[in-house]
Write a protein that binds this ligand. Structure first.
Ligand code: C5P
Length: 228
């Protein structure tokens, strides 16, 4: 289908290991959207904290690190390690951290480089806080068991030595932290499409969301939506 919609914005939220990232990547590829895994931003800050002598949050240093941030830096393998995952979960509760990262996310969501036809961001608060006017919002979840097994297999492939029960308890703790924090807590946006991928694979999730996006684009093109 010819995609006449110029600057499509898609938000995907959900708990850890729900498959958001895989889904977002596939959609980004199909619709030529800039993809940002917003969790990587919190991980990038976590890496700065981890590398500091006292392992404390230093806003001045984070500000400097933010200036040097490039999308390439978010591909750093160290960002997915266990200590960084833990620190990211803790610092993401801080209002100032969220404010600093909101600007970056906003810029990329609303002004992606010209070669992209829009943007897709995945995270915890994309549809609720970062892109409240996203054209399509998805809330992707799956049972704790399914998510833990998925993440455990990924770790195994990467050669990370851990156990299923440890992966499961880590995800459970992060779920708790994400859903119970005071600001930008994890919850579906009111207008999000809810998808539980416990019983079907990422391909099926893609097919379903792809249809939602195609219908939305048709509708937007037909009504010549003013914001486009
Ligand atoms: O998505 P990922 O697991 O990589 O995110 C790392 C951490 O960053 C999460 O545990 C969560 O606390 C935080 N995060 C967030 N808001 C987002 C994305 C991630 O608070 N939009």
């Amino acid at each position: 289908m010819k995609n006449k919609v110029d600057r499509l914005r898609v938000a995907i939220d959900g708990p850890a290991a729900s498959g958001k990232n895989t889904l977002a990547k596939q959609i980004a590829k199909k619709y030529k959207l800039l993809h940002l895994d917003s969790g990587k931003l919190y991980r990038y800050f976590a890496l700065q904290v981890y590398q500091s002598k006292d392992q404390k949050v230093n806003y001045k240093k984070l500000k400097q690190a933010l200036k040097k941030l490039t999308l390439k830096k978010l591909k750093d393998k160290r960002l997915t390690t266990e200590p960084i995952t833990k620190i990211a979960s803790i610092i993401s509760k801080k209002k100032r951290i969220r404010q600093m990262l909101k600007k970056v996310q906003h810029n990329l969501a609303y002004n992606p480089p010209k070669k992209f036809k829009g943007s897709i961001l995945d995270g915890r608060d994309i549809g609720t806080v970062i892109i409240p006017d996203a054209h399509v919002k998805v809330y992707l979840t799956a049972s704790l068991n399914v998510r833990a097994v998925r993440r455990f297999k990924e770790y195994k492939k990467l050669g990370i030595n851990t156990t299923l029960s440890k992966v499961k308890s880590d995800i459970k703790r992060r779920d708790y932290e994400d859903t119970h924090r005071k600001i930008s807590s994890l919850k579906p946006a009111k207008d999000a499409v809810l998808l539980d991928s416990s019983f079907y694979n990422t391909k099926a999730a893609f097919v379903e969301i792809d249809e939602v996006i195609r219908n939305k684009i048709k509708l937007l093109n037909a009504t010549k939506h003013k914001s486009l």
